[in-house]
Design a protein around this ligand. Structure first.
Ligand code: G1P
Length: 289
């Protein structure tokens, strides 16, 4: 039996430079897709997967995220006085139980690996999930739930993967695949953002991970990798001799909200997916194409 995955880390310290000026005063994770901020989709996906503890690795200018997941007494009172139960439920539902959320700060922007390492004491000695809110995934059940169900059977380290065009390998962590049954791939190595000509495959890591705590030891002694940053991919690669590393081609569609076009596509896809909006959005899109 594998230990149950109860905790999830949300690295949200990035500066969001690709979305300036929108992200000058607003964390990029608070940019909305339809009517919820990106980070809420990630938190909801984790809740659906049975996660009980939510650990945010934040940075400067990120207090809007804390406010978002907190109660808002004034707003609740005024909505309740107006009898606006729909809006009231929408803000009440997103608040987690007291003590379920913790925040720790990544004091310097040293990379994703370093951000995850900042959460080491809050995770302790158990397997945990990582969700990168930039990768927004439309899936039923959610991507993390699919992964947690599989992880309960096979354990090890598990990431979500997707095949990408070869010219894009330099945007992702890439698996050096040993076996692949079309759904689950095993890897003997990982490379962060290889040039297309050097990439060992085109199977790329998407921002969902379930990792054994041993990765923290590797992160403690990590050296800067691609882009001069402490890379999570490098630390995961160093666990491979001891811990099986697998990628799951999840059922669902992933949107890269780390760039403007991907963000816009996600907005359209998520609006079309909302039964109360589908027809209106379709009619609207027809006007433009
Ligand atoms: C990070 C990881 C990379 C992974 C990607 C998924 O890169 O370092 O391995 O493939 O997320 O979105 P970033 O997008 O932060 O550059």
């Amino acid at each position: 039996m594998q230990k149950r995955v109860r905790k999830a880390v949300f690295p949200v310290a990035g500066q969001g430079t690709r979305f300036l000026p929108a992200t000058k005063a607003l964390p990029k994770e608070m940019l909305p897709i339809v009517d919820r901020p990106l980070i809420q989709y990630a938190v909801d996906e984790a809740r659906e997967a049975g996660i009980e503890e939510f650990i945010f690795v934040t940075g400067r200018n990120k207090s809007a995220i804390e406010d978002h997941f907190d109660r808002s007494f004034e707003l609740e009172r005024s909505l309740s006085e107006k009898g606006n139960t729909e809006a009231l439920n929408a803000i009440r539902e997103l608040v987690l139980e007291p003590g379920q959320i913790s925040y720790t700060r990544q004091q310097s922007p040293l990379g994703l690996g370093h951000a995850v390492w900042c959460a080491r004491h809050l995770i302790g000695d158990e397997p945990f999930a990582i969700l990168l809110a930039d990768d927004l995934i439309l899936a039923r059940p959610g991507c993390l739930k699919q992964m947690i169900d599989l992880h309960a059977e096979i354990g090890g380290n598990l990431v979500a993967v997707e095949d990408v065009p070869r010219e894009q390998t330099d945007r992702y962590g890439i698996l050096d695949v040993t076996s692949d049954d079309g759904r689950i791939a095993s890897a003997k190595g990982l490379v962060e953002k290889p040039k297309p000509a050097d990439a060992p495959s085109t199977l790329s890591i998407i921002g969902r991970y379930i990792l054994q705590p041993e990765v923290f030891e590797k992160l403690s002694t990590a050296k800067p990798g691609a882009g001069g940053e402490i890379q999570l991919t490098d630390a995961m690669a160093r666990t491979i001799p001891d811990i099986p590393f697998r990628g799951l081609r999840f059922d669902g569609k992933r949107y890269d909200c780390g760039n403007r076009a991907g963000f816009l596509e996600a907005s359209v896809a998520f609006a079309l997916d909302r039964p109360d909006m589908t027809e209106r959005v379709k009619a609207m899109l027809k006007k433009y194409v």
